[in-house]
Design a protein around this ligand. Structure first.
Ligand SMILES: C[S@@+](CC[C@H](N)C(=O)[O-])C[C@H]1O[C@@H](n2cnc3c(N)ncnc32)[C@H](O)[C@@H]1O
Length: 254
């Protein structure tokens, strides 16, 4: 069985009908944080010029953070270990994670090991007014105009399927406008077909926008094209492909 099929089958077994936004309640039992972390260098922040260990404030945003497992694991992964003398982070590394699912956010808040440094809030990124206000308010507290690094893992397909082409592009535009660097994992097109098929099997109507989508095919290439041509971002690195055949692409503001 191919890795992708394993992924499809495991997501199928999670009763996706109850998770039309990808808000799987036990996501990390079938896609543990290590699958992505193993591709991301621990020194990523230093490599891109942000050294929170020197007292510089570094702000991260995690979009669609689910129950926060990957957010917290990534936070620990990127913490400059040399500048830490104990388990508690002494660095000025802050993270905001958000998700539209309030129950998942409650779980993330309850199990948050670093509430001084990591904040989890409920937010729907497709709500333009609310998300702009909330993200700007968070940045404003730190006197920053952008997040140093935003991450968006496995979210683009759910926004695209539920809200259509325009929402897919505006998600990318919004992330670009709020970020110096953006680490993006866009689901490939085969995942879209699987997600739509699963809902049909359950006797539910197709995702509202699936058949009408004009942006289809190589989703990573579409995302890259939009970010580079419309959002003044450039691809700086690809960290390789996950076992689910998804690439992790790092973009930076030009
Ligand atoms: C497949 S999970 C990925 C979770 C996490 N990013 C990861 O890769 O480990 C997709 C997440 O995106 C969230 N999501 C989907 N649409 C969203 C939206 N419009 N705004 C915020 N979160 C959203 C879902 O609730 C779900 O938790």
């Amino acid at each position: 069985m191919e890795a992708h099929d394993a992924h499809v089958n495991s997501e199928e077994s999670e009763n996706p009908g109850a998770a039309p936004y990808g808000n799987f309640i036990n996501y990390y039992t079938f896609n543990p944080p290590e699958n992505r972390l193993s591709l991301i260098p621990e020194a990523l922040l230093q490599n891109i010029g942000f050294t929170s260990g020197d007292g510089e404030r570094v702000l991260m945003l995690d979009v669609g953070c689910n129950s926060g497992d990957l957010s917290v694991a990534l936070y620990k992964h990127l913490l400059n270990k040399e500048a830490c003398t104990s388990d508690s982070p002494r660095q000025e590394l802050y993270m905001l994670g958000f998700d539209l699912d309030q129950d998942l956010i409650l779980r993330a808040q309850t199990s948050n090991p670093f509430p001084q440094n990591i904040q989890f809030i409920p937010l729907d990124i497709t709500d333009d007014t609310e998300s702009r206000a909330v993200l700007q308010a968070f940045l404003g507290k730190f006197g920053c105009s952008r997040f140093h690094l935003s991450t968006c893992f496995a979210v683009t397909m759910w926004v695209h399927l539920n809200h259509g082409d325009a929402a897919f592009l505006s998600l990318l535009s919004r992330l670009a406008s709020h970020s110096e660097y953006l680490l993006l994992e866009a689901q490939p097109w085969k995942c879209y077909r699987s997600a739509a098929r699963r809902l049909r099997k359950l006797g539910r109507s197709d995702f509202d926008h699936f058949k009408a989508l004009k942006i289809r095919g190589d989703m990573a290439a579409h995302a890259r094209e939009h970010l580079e041509k419309q959002c003044s971002m450039e691809l700086v690195q690809c960290f390789g492909n996950t076992s689910w055949d998804r690439s992790l692409l790092l973009f930076r503001r030009q």
